[in-house]
Design a binder for this molecule. Structure first.
Ligand code: CA
Ligand code: CA
Length: 246
C-alpha cells in the first residue's frame, strides 16, 4: 500500500473506533439506562436517576427476562404503537414478551419465586408495624425469599392485601424482614388501591445490594406505574417512579 492510502485507512479506523466508543461503549460506562414494558425509560448517572427521552436511539440493549433473570440477547430495539421490536438479521421483529432491556456494563437480574404467605402471625406483625387493621373480609399475602444485601442469609419481601366483605381492596402493604425486624417499603390505603407486585429484582451497580422494581396497576386505568427502590442503610428507598401509560 502507498503511504497516503495507509494514512487514510488509519484515520478512518481511528474515526470508526472513536465513534464506536462515544456512541456504543461510553454510554454503558457512564450511565445505566433501563427500559421497561410500555416505553418506561430511566437513566442513572452521577446525578442520580432521571426519566429519559423516549425518542433517543436504542442500539445494543441487553434484554432480560424480568422474573428469572435469563439473558435473552443484545439487540437494537425500537418502540412503536404496536409495542417493542428487536432487530434480527437487519429486520425489526415484534417482541411480545415482557421487556426489560438495559444499557450498562454492570447490570444483573436475579431469579425469584413468589410464594403464598400462610403464617397469620407474620401478617399480624406487619399490619401492626404499618398501623393497619384488617377488615372482616379476606387478607392474603405472598413472600419472596432472597438475599438482598449479599451477607449470606435471606431476607423476605412480603406483600399483603386486604379486601372487605364486598370484595373491594382496602389496603396493600409491602414490607421486608431484614436485620431481625420488619420494615415497611410501601403502604397504600383508600378507595382505589392498585394491584402491586415485584416486577424484577436487579443489581444495577453490582454493589451486592439488590434493587427492587415494583409494578402497580389500577383497574380503572390503562398502563401501569413502575418504581425503583434501592437498599440504603437497611431500608428500601424510592429512587424513581413513572407512569408507563402512553
Ligand atoms: Ca441478607
Ligand atoms: Ca445495587
Amino acid at each position: 500500500m502507498k503511504k497516503p492510502v495507509i494514512i487514510i485507512v488509519s484515520i478512518m479506523a481511528i474515526y470508526i473506533f472513536v465513534m464506536l466508543f462515544i456512541f456504543t461503549i461510553l454510554p454503558g460506562i457512564m450511565y445505566t439506562t433501563i427500559v421497561l414494558e410500555d416505553n418506561v425509560r430511566w437513566r442513572y448517572s452521577k446525578d442520580g436517576w432521571k426519566n429519559y427521552d423516549p425518542k433517543a436511539e436504542l442500539n445494543g440493549y441487553k434484554i432480560y427476562n424480568p422474573n428469572n433473570g435469563d439473558y435473552v440477547g443484545k439487540y437494537d430495539i425500537q418502540y412503536t404503537n404496536k409495542g417493542w421490536f428487536v432487530k434480527v438479521n437487519r429486520e425489526f421483529k415484534l417482541y411480545d414478551k415482557s421487556m426489560l432491556a438495559v444499557k450498562s456494563n454492570k447490570f444483573k437480574v436475579y431469579n425469584f419465586e413468589i410464594e403464598t404467605l400462610t403464617d397469620n402471625t407474620i401478617i399480624t406483625s406487619i399490619l401492626n408495624k404499618a398501623s393497619l387493621k384488617a377488615t372482616d373480609g379476606a387478607t392474603v399475602g405472598n413472600q419472596i425469599q432472597i438475599d438482598l444485601d449479599n451477607d449470606g442469609s435471606s431476607e423476605i419481601i412480603y406483600g399483603i392485601t386486604n379486601m372487605d366483605e364486598m370484595g373491594n381492596v382496602r389496603f396493600y402493604v409491602m414490607a421486608i424482614y431484614i436485620d431481625g425486624g420488619y420494615k415497611i417499603i410501601k403502604k397504600v390505603t383508600g378507595d382505589n388501591v392498585p394491584s402491586i407486585y415485584v416486577y424484577s429484582i436487579v443489581d444495577f451497580d453490582r454493589d451486592s445490594n439488590l434493587e427492587l422494581i415494583v409494578k402497580e396497576s389500577y383497574f380503572s386505568m390503562s398502563g401501569c406505574d413502575y418504581s425503583l427502590y434501592s437498599l440504603v442503610d437497611g431500608e428500601y428507598k424510592l429512587m424513581i417512579s413513572t407512569g408507563g401509560s402512553l
